[in-house]
Design a protein around this ligand. Structure first.
Ligand code: COA
Length: 167
């Protein structure tokens, strides 16, 4: 088996801009992530840097050839069952990066005594639901109209959860 060309690194002030660019690409696709497109990348990066400094987010990015190609963010990492969000650049999907980021997050969560990891996914986001099912997450709740969109509408989401204490 050939070694992957990408590596995973801790989310840090220096890689926030690249992480936001990956999020922007996913937002632009529409219907994948909760972040609406368009958004101001500089404002978002500043908010993320502030959140990192305050300890309100935790996470990792994937690098390939010096470029950031994936982002994984845990929100409110002090909670017992924190929520996360993630995106992999279109150019780098289906190479195992999503799976590797989840494995990294699960190891972090176990090391920090978390009881579970959770995420919210749109019901029709099959690639993401498939990734989460493949990595041990199960549907925990259907949350109708839980996400407010920029156009004034609301979207349904599925809350998925992976319990960590017993596995
Ligand atoms: C969902 C997403 C993160 C998957 O990342 P990825 O790096 O491509 O995932 P991986 O290569 O690690 O795939 C792991 C497994 O997930 C499942 N999977 C991933 N993409 C899939 C797809 N397009 N169709 C079906 N299954 C898929 C498969 O079981 C896959 O295993 P396999 O390749 O051995 O069959 C990526 O498609 C993405 O960034 N999408 C846009 C943003 C998004 O939807 N984020 C999640 C919001 S909740």
């Amino acid at each position: 088996m050939t070694e992957p060309s990408w590596t995973i690194a801790q989310k840090a002030l220096a890689n926030v801009d690249g992480a936001v660019a990956v999020l922007a690409e996913a937002a632009e696709e529409g219907g994948r992530v909760a972040t609406d497109w368009p958004f101001d990348l500089k404002v978002r990066a500043r908010m993320l840097r502030s959140a990192l400094l305050a300890g309100n987010v935790e996470g990792w990015v994937a690098y390939d050839a010096g470029n950031i190609v994936a982002d994984f963010t845990i929100f409110n990492p002090g909670e017992a069952e924190p929520l996360f969000g993630m995106a992999v650049a279109r150019s780098h999907r289906r190479r195992g990066i999503g799976r590797a980021l989840i494995a990294t997050a699960v190891a972090w969560a176990r090391a920090h005594g978390k009881t579970a990891l959770r995420l919210r996914v749109f019901p029709d986001n099959e690639p993401a639901r498939e990734l989460y099912r493949a990595t041990g997450f199960v549907d925990a709740a259907f949350q109708p109209g839980a996400i407010a969109r920029a156009d004034g509408t609301v979207a349904d989401v599925i809350l998925m959860r992976r319990v960590l204490m017993s596995d």
